[in-house]
Design a protein around this ligand. Structure first.
Ligand code: G6P
Length: 463
């Protein structure tokens, strides 16, 4: 089950995550095309030597790469049986654990923990065991292992049994559910998840709030957190990278194209998200429609640039959500659009350079998740913004703890309140906007990814 593609010598720093730093796609002519990913973990690890990243093969291209022995130094992809992976990733991680931590269930009818769930849970255990075994095999004596996220909650406990000499950390990139909601899970599963993470020497979270929720669950369900230390490390934006990247030629080109689409004198409200249930894109569009309804002075004078990139399309609920976003954008354009003005510009094809162009252009950024571990868009926009940008921010995003003072804060369920916040943001004076943007950028870059990772590593080694 586990690939034979191992590194040359035992590693001293190991990272484990479902999604790795590289993805392969298999061309029709049989060639493999490698694409590098971005994100906090990739940047955070860039300054660390002697490391190994253990991740799952996620599609046919990745699996083929493992079979052909194609790979990159410092990365080991696990070729876990495709059905086991689908049950663990789509079935448990994304349809149960993600839903629990983001409060996404429609509780009158779901969740239903039946025999199908138990079957998928067994796959989740198998999948976690494959990671624990690979890490046990690769780690040098006393090495530090940093296990990432809800996909791998059982790994710390399993790995401790196999290798008691290791320093094991677990990091949650999501929120953690409040205890009453966490208890939707069957009792034995809830206990197993908590004990799995408590197998780590240190369990860390993006904010104090999520750490406290985890402690609350452990206290109520298990009577405490045992010997595991709890840490908080708020991931910040990578200012150096963003400032450089956002001034490259492809970004300039896309800015010019967007500006033309929007019109010279119009204001812009920008959002950039994966099309993810927790991001609250539909209520964001409702709020924009309410703004046009209740404040007609904005008609013709503002454009909502909404980038909603594909995510988790194997799940029907995500496909339905994607359709709902597109339908609503079309409806708003049909109801309010004129020959010279398109109220919503929706793009669904992932394009990082275009996202940066929109950040630079934005007068207002809308970040209104139902719940979010951190939300890096809220932190990236103020860093990249050309002329200052007002931030409308959900109080349920982890970023709120650091950015709340200079953002216009909203309850993500309150559509009327969000529409009013958009109006306030659009009418903010240039000076105030610049001042706030500057302070937001400072707060957003306080803990760059390299430091975020190094701090975790040091804390783990010290314990
Ligand atoms: C969140 C999770 C990550 C995950 C990412 C993208 O940020 O915390 O672990 O990789 O979403 O989701 P995906 O299912 O595409 O990996």
């Amino acid at each position: 089950m586990v690939s034979e593609h191992t590194s040359s010598s035992p590693a001293q720093v190991l990272v484990a995550s479902n999604r790795g730093p590289i993805t392969y796609t298999l061309g029709e002519d049989g060639t493999l095309d490698a694409k590098r990913g971005g994100g906090g973990l990739v940047s955070g690890l860039s300054a660390v030597d002697d490391k190994l990243w253990v991740c799952a093969a996620l599609g046919d291209g990745d699996r083929e790469a493992v079979r052909r022995g194609v790979g990159e130094e410092g990365v080991r992809m696990l070729d876990i049986d495709a059905e086991v992976h689908a049950d663990a990733y789509n079935g448990i991680a994304n349809s149960v654990l993600w839903f629990v931590h983001h409060l996404l269930y429609q509780t009158p009818v779901e969740p239903v923990f039946d025999t199908e769930f138990r079957r998928q849970w067994a796959a989740y255990e198998t999948y976690n065991r494959a990671f624990a075994e690979a890490l046990a095999q690769e780690a040098g004596p006393g090495a530090a292992v940093l296990v990432q996220d809800y996909h791998l909650a059982l790994v710390p406990g399993m790995l401790r049994e196999l290798r008691p000499d290791l320093r094991i950390g677990h990091f949650s990139h999501t929120p953690w559910a409040p205890v009453d909601y966490f208890r939707l899970l069957p009792d034995d599963i809830a206990e197993q998840l908590l004990r799995g993470i408590l197998g780590a020497d240190r369990a860390a979270f993006l904010t104090r709030r999520w750490a406290d929720a985890f402690i609350g669950c452990c206290t109520e369900i298990l009577g405490g957190t045992g010997r595991t230390r709890i840490g908080v490390h708020g991931l910040g934006a990578d200012a150096d990278f963003l400032r450089r990247r956002s001034h490259e030629a492809d970004v300039d080109e896309r800015m010019a194209a967007l500006r033309e689409q929007v019109g010279e004198d119009r204001k812009t409200i920008v959002r950039v998200d994966r099309t993810e249930l927790s991001k609250n894109i539909v209520r964001g569009l409702h709020a924009y429609r309410t703004l046009l309804e209740t404040r007609p002075e904005w008609r013709e004078r503002v454009v909502h640039i909404a980038f909603a990139y594909p995510s988790r399309q194997d799940l029907a609920v995500y496909r339905d959500y994607t359709a709902a976003v597109q339908t609503l954008a079309t409806e708003i354009n049909a109801a309010y659009g004129t020959e010279s003005w398109t109220p919503v510009v929706l793009h669904v094809k992932d394009d990082f350079a275009r996202s940066l162009a929109a950040y630079r252009l934005a007068d207002v950024a809308l970040v209104n998740p139902i719940r979010d571990g951190m939300n890096l868009v809220a932190k990236e926009v103020p860093v990249v913004s050309d002329h200052g940008c007002a931030l409308v921010l959900s109080r349920e995003a982890g970023a709120y703890e650091e950015l709340g003072e200079d953002a216009i804060v909203v309850n993500p369920y309150d559509v009327t309140g969000t529409a009013e916040a958009l109006h306030e943001a659009l009418t903010m004076s240039g000076d105030e906007r610049s001042g706030r943007t500057k302070r937001l950028a400072e707060a957003a870059t306080a803990l760059p990814p390299q430091r975020w990772f190094r701090d975790q590593l040091e804390a783990l080694r010290q314990g």
